[in-house]
Design a protein around this ligand. Structure first.
Ligand code: ATP
Ligand code: MG
Length: 402
């Protein structure tokens, strides 16, 4: 066998693989990997409980590695050498590979995936370890080895590699169905949308803006956030919904302290309409309990009572700092902190009512023609679609609706 390093093995969570969902999970993962790696010339195939990627040429590895770090469902991956499954072949390979190298310490990490192989993992570790020790003169250090040598025995082949890369974990986008996320220009909602993607949801994004009553920065931020989030789900749809008309109506009949709560109820209703149209089964927001006056327990309940669909808020139990840390890691933070004028600040006081009830808010809404306002906002929405990251800039298309 040749020793080319063109094989990349992708490992998934064994736990996600139990039972009936296994084919669904793998088919989606393979589709997503092919999509994420489009243009790199690689071949992606499922093999048993793993996925194998064959690089056309070694030079694409850096690019492939960066992309694999963003594909949900990937727990870890490694570029490896494929050998015959024998101790002699492994020793011979290591002596060639390590010729001329010096290192102070090492460890062998063996896995016997093929139980018919005559040596157990501890026996392999000892045999290969003794060989490397004699070859290089290095000592074994299990905790902080200078070089880590991984050996995996599979039916018909042995894999040797020196470095494991971490994937993002989670479930392949698509296996959990569709949701609609309310995406403001802020820090929290992009993180909430990302968390749902990580659990396998295809996330449709909806942004409300008060352009031209307010300047259009939040809209531009929503587009940039969608581009960033799209790296993780590969295909996205963003609805940009004009909200100023709805707000003007609300302002006419609702006292200031209740306006923000009623804005939120309308956002939920409009998002619910879009969700039903798109076949999405739930809504998602970036709310975190008690973070601001509009997110007291009472107000969260009042907002939810406006719609039938379930509203998930994956950040509900997180502190602001925890959310910021996650926004930094996933890349949305620098976009979120660009100053903008959020539509919810329009005609609202700094301190909203914190103890609303659904009944009193329904009374305040009673003079509004709710279906008509929802209908009109949905009809005026501008739709943008995003394809795979590399092609995003050129692939944004706008569809007129009406
Ligand atoms: P974020 O950082 O996501 O803006 P926040 O802590 O500022 O959240 P709010 O501004 O109270 O919280 O908004 C609560 C949630 O309502 C947001 O996380 C988002 O899901 C939704 N939301 C608020 N404003 C908008 C908007 N203009 N467009 C779409 N969704 C919005
Ligand atoms: Mg906000």
């Amino acid at each position: 066998m040749n020793h080319s390093k063109n094989l990349v093995v992708v490992r998934v969570h064994e736990i996600a693989l139990k039972g009936k969902n296994r084919p669904l999970f793998f088919d989606q993962l393979v589709r997503n990997l092919r999509e994420a790696l489009r243009g790199t010339g690689v071949d992606v195939q499922r093999r048993h409980l793993r996925v194998e990627i064959t690089l056309g040429q070694e030079s694409v590895w850096d690019d492939v590695r960066d992309r694999l770090r963003q594909v949900f469902g990937v727990v870890k991956f490694y570029r490896c050498h494929k050998l015959s499954p024998s101790l002699e072949a492994i020793k011979e390979f290591l002596s060639e590979e390590m010729a001329g190298h010096t290192f102070g310490s090492f460890r062998i990490t063996s896995r016997r995936g093929d139980k018919s192989f005559p040596l157990t993992s501890p026996q392999l570790n000892r045999e290969i370890g003794a060989y490397v020790q004699q070859l290089i003169g290095a000592r074994v250090d299990l905790l902080k080895p200078g070089v880590n040598i991984f050996v995996e025995i599979l039916p018909g082949e042995a894999l040797v590699y020196f470095q494991e890369e971490a994937g993002p974990g989670g479930l392949p986008v698509g296996v959990s169905g569709k949701v609609v996320a309310l995406l403001s220009g802020g820090i929290d909602s992009p993180v909430a949308a990302w968390r749902m993607m990580k659990r396998g949801c295809q996330v449709i994004l909806v942004h409300f803006h008060s352009f031209p009553l307010l300047e259009g920065t939040s809209r531009e931020k929503a587009v940039e956030l969608a581009e960033m989030l799209n790296r993780y789900q590969l295909r996205s749809t963003l609805f940009l919904v004009p909200f100023a008309d709805v707000q003007k109506e609300i302002v006419l009949s609702v006292p200031p302290a209740y306006r923000i709560i009623i804005y939120r109820r309308f956002m939920a209703r409009i998002a619910e309409r879009i969700a039903r149209e798109q076949g999405a089964k739930a809504l998602v927001t970036g709310e975190s309990l008690g973070q601001v006056g509009s997110q007291t327990l009472e107000n969260l309940v009042t907002i939810r009572s406006a719609v039938e669909l379930t509203i998930f808020s994956p950040l509900i139990g997180m502190d602001k700092q925890e959310i910021i840390d996650e926004a930094r890691r996933l890349g949305t933070y620098p976009i979120s902190i660009i100053p903008d004028e959020d539509c919810c600040t329009l005609f609202t006081p700094r301190h909203p009512a914190t103890r609303s009830t659904p009944e009193e808010v329904e009374r305040l809404e009673s003079s509004l023609d709710i279906p008509a306002l929802v209908e009109r906002a949905v009809a005026q929405a501008e739709v943008r679609r995003f394809a795979t990251e590399k092609a995003v800039k050129s692939a944004i298309i706008q569809e007129p609706r009406g």
